[in-house]
Design a binder for this molecule. Sequence first.
Ligand SMILES: Cc1cc2nc3c(=O)[nH]c(=O)nc-3n(C[C@H](O)[C@H](O)[C@H](O)COP(=O)(O)O)c2cc1C
Length: 216
Amino acid sequence: MHVVIINGSPRVKEFSNTDKILGKFTEGLTENGTTFEQYEVSDRKQWDAIRTAYNTNKNILMAIPLYVENIPGLLLEFLETLAPKNDGTQLSFILQGGFAEGSQLRCGEAYLEILAGELGCEYGGTLAKGDNFSIRFFGEQTRERVTSPYKEMGREFASQGNFKSEACRKFTGPETFPLKIRILVGTMFATVARKSFKKIAAGLGCTKSLKYRPYK
Ligand SMILES: Cc1cc2nc3c(=O)[nH]c(=O)nc-3n(C[C@H](O)[C@H](O)[C@H](O)COP(=O)(O)O)c2cc1C
């Protein structure tokens, strides 16, 4: 099997969480001889090559970060340049986001199923998982821990040919957190996480308070 993988993040490869996820996913994918080629929508110079790969291959996998509850605008702009295929091509998706509950990803997932049909492709399912906000900020060890479960999903895709198995469904984790956890997470965001966001903001050169609201 040969898979064309399209990273739909608007972030350049170096800074893209999706790219780090794909790194692990493709380790599992290729273990038993499956091959792949990967493209980045963030690099407009690749758009012609992505279109050619999309048009000439039958197994396409789009890996997409959730941006404001759905797919990033740059990816949408690229998708508008594709013509429907209607030749038995399978289109599958990895959908990942920052918030951890599965329910956050369901709107995007429903959209992707419709999208596959609009592009004249068979829907190969969506591997949906959140809790990925900070992958690019993590050190090597934590990044390895957070992304390594995707290796097993790469194996699963290679063996099943799609993301429709029970293992893929379970991979999402809890649909919503129990009330106790929600209260705990809320408290953490207001305290410890705020500190860590401050540190990240300072690292990015931000000199204003996180409460600064210039457009209010
Ligand atoms: C502008 C923007 C909007 C986002 N919107 C959401 C969202 O609605 N839900 C969510 O769970 N994560 C959201 N995220 C988090 C990203 O999905 C998450 O950080 C993802 O891992 C980014 O992948 P990338 O680095 O490959 O672009 C958003 C991030 C950005 C920058």
